[in-house]
Write a protein that binds this ligand. Structure first.
Ligand code: AHN
Ligand code: ZN
Length: 335
């Protein structure tokens, strides 16, 4: 194909070695060296026009429904809103309806929402965030506030807001590859910490993404996945989440490399974060899609995490904008 030759001819490829893999394998492997894993970031990165104000408006619209707790009226209204926005932005929309269980083992109606761009493309990437809100504020310092659900402006709505603005951008300028934006349900109903329960079960978190990962045809479709979680606080930092580092090191290298190249290295630090049970863990466990988590972490989650202070007032347009710019650049850089 002449156009392909032309493109390669005008683009210099900078190969970045994921040296850490080779080093750790050397240390234990009796001198046996694995082939170096390389990723490619184009020398000339595309410039993008992600609009932070729009992303903020999409966060505000979600929080205006009230807490989006599964099986609540606000949650259903939010499903209508998200499917409507994705259609408005030209995506092919699909809802996966499934039955999960809550932390008490009771049945739970789950709806995962997908908006697809260029559904014909074989080469695809997955972008995702959860849209449900935690039914309790179990980490609120004020015990009297713990039984009420949270607004979840940061925990949930922020990642969705960024992805809705990415959807709007993808309609304005089509990516070379296919893109699937997935809004997961029922991420945040994991066993509450403020109640007496017999047993803590890790798999009570991320119910929507577990069901999505077990759905049909998940394996061949995507090169990689990026999960956004709590990407809206003013003082956010995104160290490297450790399941991402072990399961998807090339994707970490690509995203943190592009963040540095676009002047976001202060936000996307190269520090080690923590191992976090989040939707990407189940995607990595149950599918072949190497998926990373961009999640605010600083010796623990952010200060408003699972408290009544996780509200729109604590959302920063600047942080939404920085994350959106990095992820959108990653998407347009894929060919
Ligand atoms: C756990 O607390 C086990 N995981 C945190 C994942 C999460 C909750 N992200 C947002 N809310
Ligand atoms: Zn949460």
């Amino acid at each position: 194909m002449p156009s392909m030759v032309g493109r390669i001819g005008t683009t210099t490829i900078a190969a970045i070695a994921v040296a850490a893999i080779a080093l750790t394998s050397c240390a234990k492997g009796g001198g046996k060296q694995l082939p170096q894993n390389t990723i490619e970031i184009p020398e000339n990165l595309p410039t993008v026009s992600f609009c932070a104000d729009s992303a903020y408006e999409y966060v505000a619209a979600q929080t205006a429904f009230g807490p989006r707790v599964p099986e609540s009226e606000a949650h259903s209204q939010c499903v209508e809103y998200l499917t409507g926005k994705l259609r408005q932005f030209g995506a092919v929309v699909e809802i996966q309806e499934a039955e999960g269980t809550n932390y008490e083992g009771k049945p739970l109606r789950v709806r995962n929402i997908t908006g697809s761009y260029r559904p014909d493309r074989v080469k695809r990437v997955l972008l995702c965030a959860h849209y449900d809100s935690r039914p309790w504020a179990d980490h609120d310092p004020d015990k009297s506030k713990r039984d009420r659900p949270i607004s979840g402006a940061n925990d949930g709505a922020s990642g969705v807001g960024v992805l809705l603005e990415i959807a709007r951008q993808l309609q304005a300028k089509a990516p070379t590859i296919g893109v699937d934006i997935v809004f997961f349900d029922a991420e945040d109903g994991g066993t509450p910490d403020h109640k007496e329960t017999d047993n803590y079960r890790q798999d009570t978190w991320c119910v929507g993404s577990q069901l999505w990962s077990k759905g049909p045809g998940r394996d061949a479709a995507h090169r990689f996945g990026i999960l956004l979680d709590m990407v809206g606080a003013a003082d956010a930092t995104f160290p490297i989440e450790l399941f991402s580092k072990s399961k998807a090191p090339e994707v970490v290298e690509k995203v943190w490399g592009i963040a540095e190249r676009t002047g976001k290295g202060g936000l996307f630090t190269r520090d080690n974060g923590s191992y976090i049970t989040d939707d990407h863990l189940y995607i990595n466990k149950l599918t072949n899609i190497p998926t990373i988590d961009i999640i605010h972490y600083e010796d623990g989650f952010c200060k408003t995490w699972h408290t009544q202070d996780d509200v729109l007032d604590n959302i920063s347009r600047a942080t939404l904008g920085a994350v959106g710019e990095v992820v959108l650049t990653v998407v347009y850089a894929e060919r």
